[in-house]
Design a protein around this ligand. Structure first.
Ligand SMILES: C[S@@+](CC[C@H](N)C(=O)[O-])C[C@H]1O[C@@H](n2cnc3c(N)ncnc32)[C@H](O)[C@@H]1O
Length: 390
């Protein structure tokens, strides 16, 4: 097959396998997992689809070249030698994102500046006119990854991060990333047919992501733009076909998706976000505390991230997690409950035996996602079950 090229999808720790499955579903090949990233092959359609459909991807990068550097000057020279005029017009704008790890060059900001200088100087030498820098909304976002002496230069086909879906117009305190929320729902193996509930929904991220999944709406549906739309080889017809096909793949959801919270303000924010996504008819919002929440009969999946740490005194946090455990035992029979928290001590006070524990990161915070299967006589935790701090 010609027209196939290598790509790299960036994600969050713990979501690599979920992302690999998503990439497989859109036709990617030669899929390989690495740390917070999945490499794969595909054609332009696969690249557009990866941006539009992959719920757990942050950026889809298209490599330009790789080279070794021994000293700082090598970076400038190698970047200068790339035929940038075949990639971007001199009248376009650029931005450079850099990550640096154990390299001769230690500051990512400096690597970005040197890269930008090399590109701009090449254009000025060749055409006497140079692309401008626009860090917010550039025509081309370039990604530099410097690990030891190896430098990977890629084009960011996503542009701004894919977690910015476009529907979350307001947030409350400590909102979870849309990518992490979608990843947790996909990890939960929710069958998209049974009930779904987040009884501490905050700004409604889990319930909105669940409604998108249940209706088979692409996570990129609401975004204003993707990086590849400004590339000089942008295939508008192909992109329109992918979006039209996606509309025909939408499905209906019959059961209930419920978001509830003790805070009235959170419920107002969550409702506004769901309206922005036109998902408000699929989600029932309730202003009610977890302790009083009685989910619909028939079982399903409960996912939430309760408050953790910072603004709450330890005694109250422990009491809250104990009440979550009591509420689960009393009201959530037939449900699989998934709780993500960075407070590993508080999690122990749920008092039920977790049947799965997965390490994830919510921003810089290391978290555990714990699964509790709630049925008549659900097992209580013994002191050995909470090697959550594995
Ligand atoms: C970390 S935030 C959840 C953030 C949410 N996942 C989002 O993406 O915006 C925790 C939420 O739990 C809610 N909460 C705290 N105690 C509660 C209780 N007893 N019952 C229901 N909700 C509660 C808070 O109001 C807050 O919205």
């Amino acid at each position: 097959m010609t027209n196939q090229f290598s790509m790299l999808a960036k994600t969050m720790t713990g979501l690599e396998e979920v992302l690999a499955n998503e990439l497989h579903d859109i036709g990617a090949t030669e899929i390989e997992l690495s740390n917070r990233a999945v490499s794969f092959k595909g054609d332009t359609a696969v690249m557009y689809k990866a941006n539009y459909w992959c719920r757990t991807a942050l950026h889809i990068l298209k490599p330009v070249c790789s080279f070794y550097i021994r000293r700082e000057e090598d970076l400038y020279k190698k970047i200068y030698d790339i035929k940038w005029e075949e990639i971007i017009s001199s009248k376009g704008t650029i931005a450079v994102d850099a990550t640096v790890n154990a390299s001769v060059m230690t500051h990512s900001h400096y690597v970005s500046l040197k890269t930008k200088d090399a590109i701009v100087d090449r254009f000025r030498d060749m055409e006497n006119i140079r692309p401008n820098v626009d860090t917010e909304n550039p025509d081309l976002r370039i990604n530099i990854h410097l690990f030891k002496n190896l430098c990977n230069v890629s084009l960011d086909s996503s542009g701004y991060s894919l977690h910015k879906r476009g529907y979350r117009i307001k947030t409350g305190a400590a909102p979870i990333s849309e990518v992490l929320a979608a990843g947790i729902i996909l990890l939960s193996d929710w069958d998209k047919k049974s009930n779904f509930i987040d009884p501490m929904c905050g700004s409604g991220t889990f319930v909105c992501e669940a409604a998108l999944i249940a209706n088979n709406i692409p996570p990129g549906y609401y975004r204003k733009s993707f990086g590849f739309e400004k590339w000089i080889d942008f295939d508008k017809q192909l992109w329109e076909n992918i979006k039209t096909e996606a509309l025909s793949l939408q499905t209906d959801f019959e059961n209930e998706i419920i978001g509830s919270d003790i805070s009235r303000e959170s419920i107002e924010i969550a409702t506004e976000n769901a309206k922005a996504a036109k998902l408000h008819k699929d989600i029932v919002f309730q202003h009610i505390s977890f302790e009083k929440q009685i989910p619909p009969e028939g079982g399903g999946v409960m996912i939430c991230n309760p408050p953790y740490g910072e603004r709450i005194v330890p005694d109250d946090i422990i009491k809250l997690y104990q009440e979550i455990g009591n509420g689960l035992k009393k009201n959530f029979k037939g449900y699989n409950a998934w709780i993500i928290s960075s407070d590993l001590t508080a999690l122990k006070f749920i008092g039920l035996k977790p049947t799965r524990k997965i390490t994830l990161f919510n921003g810089p915070l290391e978290c555990r996602l714990a699964k509790f299967e709630i049925y008549d006589g659900s097992k209580k935790a013994s002191k050995h079950d909470y090697s959550l701090d594995q």
